[in-house]
Ligand binder design. Structure first.
Ligand code: F3S
Length: 280
């Protein structure tokens, strides 16, 4: 008899849920919508939306159509302007928490702060946020400090990508304060509580389980982080993107199986995985 430990904080976060629901409504109305990049990092959802008329492009140059959707990660002001100039009607589905960071960066910019974003340099959310400031730098690795170490600055504000782990953020903040030469530091916690809660719960579940299944897209940064965190506490941690990934795992070996998910994982997929394990 197997025991399943299913996380309470599971499935879509409110930002992703809102984006998908609004996209579906817009697709019913317009039947064709254009966007740049996956609107959420989950291939199952993307395929479903594509079949309803969502067209995903890689860059502004390639864009076709009349209606444009800004995904939950947000987009820089400059890019939005370019898309407007091409004649698109724009629907903004940026997560409200990311939007809050855009406003914050604009405000800090007006007040003359040099802004440091701790996060992934290539992540669309971080690139979007960067577009709202002028004196702004992304720190992803400790060696990135070399770019700013010798500058003498008046005021420095530090923010983070929404999906960062809080301790990781604090570690970088400490380094910035020690290495950067400034008269004033302002540190703002911009980490989304949703991912923090999932990480905490993931640790609890991983500690009690023989195996943990982390459900979500392979491109989803919060799912990857959740996987790495759970792996520290349970060696048999598996990243499951599609149901066929389960066939490669010998479920016989495990009695207690933990189930956690990233923020862009649909409930129907979670239920499918649970049913698969139950049948087994
Ligand atoms: Fe928004 Fe947090 Fe989800 S930033 S998209 S509610 S993970």
């Amino acid at each position: 008899m197997k025991e399943l430990l299913v996380a309470k904080n599971i499935g879509f976060c409110f930002g992703v849920k809102r984006t998908i629901e609004e996209t579906e409504k817009l697709l019913e109305k317009f039947s064709s919508l254009s966007t740049i990049g996956d609107i959420v990092h989950n291939p199952i959802i993307i395929e479903k939306l594509k079949s309803k008329g969502l067209n995903v492009y890689n860059s502004i140059k390639e864009l076709k159509g009349k209606y444009f959707l800004i995904r939950s990660h947000g987009l820089s002001k400059k890019e939005i302007e370019k898309i407007k100039k091409l004649g698109f009607e724009i629907f903004d589905l940026t997560c409200p928490l990311v939007k809050r960071i855009h406003n914050l960066v604009e405000n800090l910019n007006e007040k003359g702060y040099y802004i440091i974003i701790i996060g992934n340099k290539n992540h669309p959310e971080v690139l979007g946020i960067k577009g709202y400031g002028k004196k702004i730098n992304i720190i992803e690795k400790k060696r990135d400090f070399l770019n700013i170490k010798d500058k003498k600055m008046e005021k420095v504000a530090v923010i983070g990508q929404t999906t960062l782990n809080f301790n990781y953020f604090l570690d970088f903040v400490n380094d910035i304060i020690n290495r950067v030469n400034a008269n004033e530091f302002l540190v703002i916690n911009t980490i989304c509580k949703v991912t923090e809660e999932r990480e905490k719960e993931g640790i609890e579940i991983a500690k009690k389980s023989d195996a943990v299944f982390v459900l979500g897209g392979k491109k989803s940064s919060n799912t990857k982080k959740l996987f790495n965190i759970c792996k520290k506490f349970c060696a048999n941690t598996f990243h499951i993107e599609k149901i066929s990934d389960l066939s490669k795992i010998n479920l016989d070996k495990f009695k207690k199986i933990g189930i956690v998910s990233g923020t862009s994982t649909p409930h129907f997929f979670i239920n499918e995985v649970i049913e698969y394990i139950k049948k087994f």
